[in-house]
Design a protein around this ligand. Sequence first.
Ligand code: ATP
Ligand code: MG
Length: 645
Amino acid sequence: MERTTLWDITGVDPDKARAVAAMRRQVATDPDRFWLDQAKRIAWDTFPTVACNTSFDGDVSIRWYEDGTLNASVSCLDRHLATRGDQTALIWQGDDAAISRKLTFRELHSEVCRFANVLCGLGVRRGDRVAIHLPMVTEGFVAMLACARIGAVHVVLFGGFSPEGIGERLIDSGAVAVVTCDTARRGAKRVPHKETIDAALSHAGTIGAVRNVIVVRVTGDDVPMKEGRDHDYTALVAQASPECVPEIMRAEDPLFLLYTSGSTGKPKAIVHTTGGYMVWATYTVDVTFPSEPDTTHWCTADVAWITGHTFVVYGPLSNGTTTLIYEGLPGWPQAGRWWDIIDRYNVSSFFTAPTAIRSLMRDGDDLPRRYSLASLRRLASAGEPISADAWLWFYEEIGQKRCPVIDMWWQTETAGPMLSAIAGAQPLKPGWATTPIPGLFASITNEKGEVVTPEGEAEGCLCFDSSWPGQARTIWGDHKRFRETYFTFSPGRYFSGDGARRDEYGNLMITGRMDDVINVSGHRIGTAEIEDAVATDHSIAEAAAVGISHDLKGQGIVVFVVARSEKVAPPVGDLARIISERVGRYAAPERVYLVNELPKTRSGKIVRRLLRKIASGETDSLGDLSSLADSSVVPALIAQVTAQS
Ligand code: ATP
Ligand code: MG
């Protein structure tokens, strides 16, 4: 089945295509040279003499630039002071449209130094973990970079986590301090950050290693402060010096821990280190979103996710690019907020997730047409498979058929995009994440982890054949789980856990998670393939496919659909026809349930393992629900499914 042909929409520039081909050749022939060249993109105290020293065998050891020394905050701040100290580094747009703030590189540098001194004053030392639990405010940036400045390891925790979720992560990471705020704005509601931290610290029974809680005043709401433990951010920063000598770190010292989204089970803390991560963040942002002097880059991801770390904070700042953050929700207090921000700040590169694109599509096409959006030059999507349909909408309505839409595939473990088109150097293909970025080599293996078809069309499991600088080094405190999860499936390769299909040109499309693959009478079908077909029916806003056991076929397909507003889902027969036509007759669903909402992680990913349980009637063993954005959707789903069964 070929859904779409290659799209040479924005034109391929032969010079650019040649330059990218040359990069690919260089990595193939002299990877060390290539990666040492990339290392020149950042500031080092001692430039490394070796690039990669990695083994995926045995105990698995991943090391990059290991004799190099550096401080990550210097690449993001100090080195820009002489050339662009007065350029805006960070634009913050408040939830209230009338409130915003701009910080130049010089101002951000001073704030970071002040807060770094505050942390030192509170006894935070090199190697200590510091949890950051804030909404999208400038202090989150400052806190991350201040940790980096003194060699502390940041652990950014999503604002919406429950006290239990936070408590577990504080204990697991051994954090010694927490940076939080009074309360945060979320539409008409307030998120009780400080209260959550207080509850987390008492929930843990003991406060673990946490000795200090620093409270940023975001809304000014009154919150209890515990004498000796809790401190006011503004008061501390006001007394601190704006100069702080950066701690010189070894390349392999950890820069941060970050928990995965928890789509497949219990979240794990992924460890990223300083030198390799910084090179990778700087390289991947530049190669996918090349910066021009007037670039304003807006990635809507929360900083609590890997896309936020790399494409909101470290990558843009290291490249000297202005980066934008927005405190509020896309549709609050009225729909169209995002488009207004794009026009107001002349955003040139805009990066968001399929879940957001699908919900914006639901607002209708008239809305974005009321805005100019003329500043946009490049669009990107990451986090989940984007259906060809949503890709086209994004391209036509937001990019106005002028901006390339880049589908990037990444994971917390990969720290940056691994599959991504280089706009201008290759044709795009709606719904396809296209090719590995220069420097990477992907393979498709069968279910046993063997490469049967090294080239041309293939379908199977997505693996990578060699290391990259931003590769996760381990799972915090559980190297065995790290080795077993990623390196035993196909010895000598990194196993992503996702399925992919390759076309005759070498483009890759993510077919879904291997755990979710559905096997109908011997046909293995990725969830994305079915969902992509369903998305072509315009009465449907979102869909999720799962497999349930079936006496004759092994597994049968069940599809959950959410209708676009004021429309109803088409009859099962219509969907079965669409899926049969686009995927194959064997993929016709057994059942289609019309539901109000799908269960999602806090990062907006559909949790299919729950839908599988619900469709199979196994509602008494739903497992870990802590990663869900809203666990109240679960009883509602069960009720809707029961009523329609
Ligand atoms: P956990 O590992 O805890 O189950 P998670 O895998 O959802 O959670 P993340 O690291 O945030 O946590 O997400 C990475 C996953 O997101 C990828 O493995 C893939 O399944 C999905 N993903 C990311 N980008 C894309 C994309 N462009 N196309 C398809 N899938 C994507
Ligand atoms: Mg994962």
